[in-house]
Design a binder for this molecule. Sequence first.
Ligand code: GLA
Length: 406
Amino acid sequence: MVSASAPLDEERHAAALEGHARAFETSFRAGGPPRLFFAPGRVNLMGAHLDYNGGPVMPTAIDRGTFLAARPRADRRVVFASLREAGRQAFSLDELPDERTGSWADYPLGVLRSTLARQRAVGRDDLGGVEILFGGNLPVGAGLSSSASICVGTATVLDALWELEEAPLERVASALEAEREFVGVQCGIMDPYAVGLARPGHILWLDCKDRSWEHLPLDFSHLSLAVADTGVRRELAEGAFNERVAECGRAFEQLAAHALGATCLRDVPPAVLEEHRGSLAPNVAMRAEHVLREVERTFEARAALLAGDAAGFGGAMTEAHASLRDSFEVSCAELDRLVEDATSVPGVLGSRLTGAGFGGCSVILLERGAEEDLRAALDAGFRRAFGRTPKLEVFHGDLGPREVVL
Ligand code: GLA
């Protein structure tokens, strides 16, 4: 956890966090002021739909995310409340439910369960109760990873209140276990890594096959990242995400026999797909086509970034979008409009949908100074097509999950 050592970055959240502390005191009444925490959301710039295919991904954190106000309790109860969801949830540390409650609190509850299990394994059974109020400024269901932000944020709070001093990767592991094994979402590993290992001025390079990672610098003194929100929410499309996961699984099953030693779709050589394309269902072949080309493009984008070629990196983002639209079929008219209009603006280097797709947000890499032209182009094009304007925000990275001392 990074402590509050960068006042400029915290200024953006100071007023909101003060409000969050007051809301905590109203919600939980007397007992001393809470400690305050922030966990960012993320955008992924390259490696779309590669995490569950064992490929490389290139996400970075944004300075919008989850606010958490937290305080220890004298008893062994854990109480979760949220400014964004109805229903306070309380549990006893001696009797945590083994089954999902079906409420929003399953995410922090899953984190609590895995953190406790790890602590019990090393003989710590003396941990006291806590109360946490959740809130924040990350839109839910917009593809900016609000659930990973909540999970990593919860792990950060427990670590601080219980003085665990776990490594960031252990908190990432708790978040991942909560989402996949407790809540039961078939998500890849990218999101909690992106949130939990965020470093300002950097993109995370994460190879999802062996989970090796490193930070690659992104020059925010010359570049900005913008996120444009279509306003289209993808809850209705959860089934479509799982369908893509299943289609990629089928592609791997059918191609693996021809690719010696392949352990995931990412390992299948493109020539094997070409040779056996005819034996795959057309939609399965198209999904495999996206995955194998996106792996190559993500390595090309990495090389461009390391060579200081931001335009080359941006070009790979825009190509990725075309593939997500035509081969992976996870875009929609609103996202295509945003990408097309953004990439016609001088100073914009690249754009693509971020997150799973089917709505949510596009991400734009641009030179600093082009922000207002971008806003004008997106507003005009979107209004013409859909009768409303998209929400656009500009980011320059984030410090990662941390306690904030105001
Ligand atoms: C969602 C999932 C991620 C990843 C992306 C697509 O955001 O949560 O794990 O699969 O879609 O890249």
